[in-house]
Design a binder for this molecule. Structure first.
Ligand SMILES: [Zn+2]
Length: 568
């Protein structure tokens, strides 16, 4: 504990910048050598963790009650008066550490990342990067304003989603066409916004002396373990191995529906014609059963979850004045996670809690690591959460402590496994599209070229669904993918994480105990090692290879076949 440390985190929530600044000044002025580096890093780590935790606690308070004006004011004051100063002070400490030339044990990966960030930094890009954020807000505004009149009510498009799951095909088609028509009205506005994004990104890359935006972005995302060529290899492997499997799933759906061809509005409907799953009535029931499931995956996970329950680190139920969505946060000073979601009693709630549980246990497993640089690595975070969804799936049955009778559990699991297979080809379209865009930036600034390239990719990766007569809707699909506008090149990380998670789950089919032990070991490494080393520790390979992907697809298809027998 540092001499300046607050008595508790709640006290720190009220500290002003004038109380915090001396801690940074002292760190800044202290001469560094091999003898004191560890204490110096620990102290920096403590203040940085306090600030991060404060950010999340203020943020969480605004989502727990969106009408809490005092919470909102505190958060805004923190963002205006403390965060920018703290970020600037931290930047100076990063430079000081790099200039010292000292490389403490286990610090190679964080030092590599720091060096990259310092190299990438350009004063003249600061304005352009905030300009980019503003364009992203513009995109959110255009898409967020899209509503349609449905049965007398003006509805935002996401609220039509339950209708796509309904049994009534005519209603599904009507809702789908209504939404698509509304989206096409913004086609021109989004084309113009796209041109601005591309121009800006070209300038950002140029200022930082990179030949194109992709090369710049690769460094900004701190990608050292794979190249664009690996992404092409992954796309190719998906085409060879996953596309036929996805096609077979579409064909099975078409047959179960008994229709001539599967149209875009048929993809999300339940093909078994059964009522939707009702896993729990109260949140108490949800937490109780989730706790039993986590304990079965590993007793230690059950214990972590109990800590969260007793310490008030779960806010799960939907209620008035709560922000939408779900997430898991990290309180790095207290070394605790916090899960927020809006449970209403549907299967998605169960899946969300299992997913966020994986993120939460990652926080617990990293808790022993000494410096803040060694904590949650973003590129492995989704491996942690997606693996948990799969590792927990055998325990969804009521006789294993879970929520469902065997037929219901089988339906839930089939739906999840199928969605994984259907995701990879779509991910390949999104990724391949972006590589083409930034390799051909001049051509891609003309949106009609984007339309036709997207359509080519769609035909290559997405056979099995009949889009005839819907050319405009099909070719503008890139406009509906937020990541293409706001998070360039990020999307492949979901596809890679999914392949990691399936490998870990495959191991558990052979030997649950040792698979989970390896998974926990990997989580506990934080980001002290490289991404391929994390995969290796988890018993998986970080790969883009067709052989591993084929094994993953085979296991998914075999499990689906087994589960189908459990459905009456
Ligand atoms: Zn996640």
């Amino acid at each position: 504990m540092q001499s300046w440390a607050p008595d508790n985190i709640d006290d720190f929530l009220d500290w002003t910048w004038s109380q915090i600044e001396p801690i940074f000044l002292d760190l800044q002025q202290r001469p560094l050598d091999e003898g004191n580096i560890e204490a110096w890093l620990n102290e920096w780590s403590d203040i940085s963790n306090l600030l991060d935790e404060r950010y999340w606690r203020h943020y969480d308070a605004t989502t727990i009650d969106i009408n809490d004006k005092a919470a909102e004011e505190k958060f805004t004051r923190f963002l205006d008066e403390i965060r920018p100063q703290a970020k600037a002070a931290e930047q100076r400490l990063k430079e000081k550490l790099l200039e010292s030339g000292i490389s403490p044990d286990g610090f190679q990966v964080p030092l590599r990342d720091l060096q990259t960030q310092v190299n990438l930094f350009r004063d003249e890009n600061l304005r352009l990067l905030s300009e980019e954020k503003k364009l992203a807000i513009e995109y959110d505004k255009i898409v967020g304003a899209q509503t349609v009149l449905w049965e007398g009510q003006q509805l935002p498009l996401p609220q039509l989603e339950p209708i796509y799951q309904e049994a009534d095909r005519e209603r599904r088609e009507k809702a789908w066409r209504l939404a698509a028509g509304r989206q096409l009205k913004d086609r021109q506005a989004l084309n113009e916004l796209w041109g601005k994004f591309l121009e800006l990104r070209g300038s950002i890359a140029g200022n930082a002396d990179y030949p194109n935006y992709r090369a710049y972005r690769w460094r900004e995302l701190l990608r050292f373990d794979y190249l664009p060529e690996d992404c092409y290899q992954f796309q190719q492997a998906i085409q060879e191995v996953v596309v036929p499997a996805a096609q077979s799933i579409y064909e099975k759906r078409r047959q179960r529906f008994g229709i001539a061809s599967l149209r875009p509005w048929d993809i999300f409907a339940d093909t078994y014609g059964k009522p939707s799953l009702k896993p729990f009535i109260s949140v108490k029931e949800l937490t109780g059963k989730a706790s039993r499931i986590f304990s079965q995956v590993d007793p230690q996970f059950g214990k972590y979850f109990e800590v969260m329950r007793t310490e008030g680190l779960l806010d799960l139920e939907n209620r008035a004045n709560k922000a939408p969505g779900g997430y898991c946060n990290h309180y790095p000073y207290s070394k605790r996670p916090f899960i927020f979601m809006n449970a209403v009693g549907i299967h998605d709630d169960v899946q969300t809690l299992l997913h966020e549980g994986g993120h939460a246990f990652h926080v617990f497993e990293c808790g022993h690591l000494p410096y803040f640089f060694l904590e949650i690595p973003s590129e492995f975070a989704e491996v942690a959460s997606m693996s948990m969804e799969l590792l927990a799936s055998p325990f969804l049955d009521a006789d294993q402590g879970g929520f469902y009778n065997p037929g219901e559990a089988a339906r839930a699991r089939i739906q999840y496994l199928e969605s994984m297979l259907l995701f990879w080809p779509y991910m390949a379209v999104v990724d391949a599209f972006q590589h083409w865009v930034y390799e051909n930036q001049a051509a891609a600034s003309d949106a009609s070229n984007c339309d036709s390239y997207w359509l080519r990719l769609w035909e290559r990766f997405m056979p099995g669904v009949d889009w005839s007569g819907l050319d405009e809707e099909a070719s503008t699909g890139w406009q509906r993918k937020l990541h293409i506008f706001e998070e360039p090149f990020y999307y492949i990380e979901y596809g890679l994480a999914q392949l990691g998670a399936v490998q870990i789950w495959r191991n558990s089919l052979q030997d649950q105990g040792s698979a989970v032990a390896a998974y926990r070991q990997a989580l506990s490494l934080g980001k002290s090692v490289t991404l391929p080393q994390l995969y290796q520790a988890a018993g998986a390979q970080f790969t883009f290879d067709v052989v591993i992907l084929q094994q993953a697809v085979d296991s998914i298809l075999e499990t689906i076949t087994d589960l189908e027998e459990a459905i009456d």
